[in-house]
Design a protein around this ligand. Sequence first.
Ligand code: NAD
Ligand code: DAU
Length: 357
Amino acid sequence: MILVSGGAGFIGANFVIDWLAQPGAEPVVTLDKLTYAGNLENLAGLQGDARHTFVQGDIGDSALLARLLAQHRPRAVVNFAAESHVDRSIHGAEDFIQTNIVGTFRLLEAVRAYHAALPADERAAFRFLHVSTDEVYGSLAPEAPAFTEQHRYEPNSPYSASKAASDHLVRAWHHTHGLPVVTTNCSNNYGPYHFPEKLIPLMIVNALAGKPLPVYGDGRQVRDWLYVGDHCSAIRRVLEAGRVGETYNVGGWNEKTNLEIVHTVCGLLDEWRPRADGQPYASQIAFVTDRPGHDRRYAIDATRLRDELGWTPAETFDTGIRKTVRWYLDHADWVARVQSGAYREWVARQYAGAAAG
Ligand code: NAD
Ligand code: DAU
C-alpha cells in the first residue's frame, strides 16, 4: 500500500481518487490533519471502499507516524501535506513553518527510521515522493525561458520559502541518509475540490454569488495552468519510474494572465448560467490592491518529465477549464459546505478595505 499525507486537500484528494480508480491499484492510507483546507467530503466517494483508510493526524506527530508506518508498511509515501495559500502566508507564516518545514522534517525522520529497518528488497523498492511547487524558483521576466530543474531557488513569499526549505530537507535526507526520494515541482493546478480561496474557484463562486471578482494589481501576472488530473498522472508516473534523488518539473505549457483566466471563467458562466439581468459576469471584475511581493510570472519547462518518463498532459486548458466550471456549477452544495465560519472570516479579512485600482 501507499501512505498519502495531505490527501483530503485539493490535489491530494484528486490523487487518492484517481489512484484507486487505476486497474489493480494498491490500497491507500490517507493521513490528513483536516485543517480548514482539508475536507473529508472530498473523499466521500471512497466510503465503504476497503482499499482506503483515513487517519486524522499531523505530519509533525512523530509517534503517530512511527505507529502508522509500522502498522501499514507502505511501499511509498507521497507527501502533499502543506499550508498552501500564499496570501495566508503573508498574513501569518507560523503554520507554514510548522507544517511545511518542521512537519516535513518529522515525516522524513520517521520514514528514514522505517526505511532503514525494511528487508533489503523492500528497502530498494521504497520511495518517498515530495510534492512541491514551481514557486520555489521565484519570478520570471516576461521573455525569460521557463523554469527547468536547474533553475536556481529564489522563493519570494513565506509560502514558497517554506516549500523551498522542505525541498532542501528532502534533498539532504537523500544525499546524507540515502533515503530514496523523488521531488516534483508543479505549476498552478485547477479542477474539482479546489478550495475557493484560490483564483479560479474564487472567481466562479463570487461570480455566481453576484460578488466582486477581485483582481490583484493590473491582473497581468502570468501563471502556467495544469488540470489537477494531469498533475496526478505525473505523480503516478514519477513514483513508478522517476530516478531516485531527482526532481521533475510538472507543467501544462499553458501560460495565461490572471485577466485572461477571469475572462474565460466569466465567458463560460455567461454561456451556461447567464445573469438574470443579462449583464456579463465580467462587469463584476474589481481591481484591488496587489499582493505584497507578488511574483510576476511562473512558467514550467516539463521537458525532462516528457522525454525521460513519457508524460504529457491529457487536458488542454480549454477542456480542463470547461470541466472545472461545470463541476462547480454541479456542486453548489460542496461549495456551500466549505464556506464555513472560519472561511468567511478569512475572506472578510483578506479583502477588507481592498482599494479599487
Ligand atoms: P490544500 O491546501 O488544498 O491541501 C493541503 C492538505 O494538507 C489539506 O487537506 C490539509 O488538511 C493538509 N494538512 C495541512 N497541514 C497538515 C499537517 N500538518 N499534517 C497533515 N495534513 C496537513 O493544498 P493543495 O493545493 O492540494 O496542495 C497540495 C500540495 O501540492 C502542497 O504541498 C502544495 O505546496 C503543492 N502544490 C500545489 C499546487 C497548486 O496549484 N495548488 C501546485 C504545485 C504544488
Ligand atoms: O504555482 C503553484 C502554486 O499555485 C502553488 O504552489 C500554491 O499552493 C497555489 O496556491 C498557487 O499559488 P498562486 O499564488 O499562484 O495561486 P492563487 O490562486 O492564490 O493566485 C493565482 C494568481 O491570481 C496570482 O497571481 C494571484 C492572483 N489572484 C489571486 C486571488 C486569490 C488575484 O488576482 N485575486 C485573488 O483574489
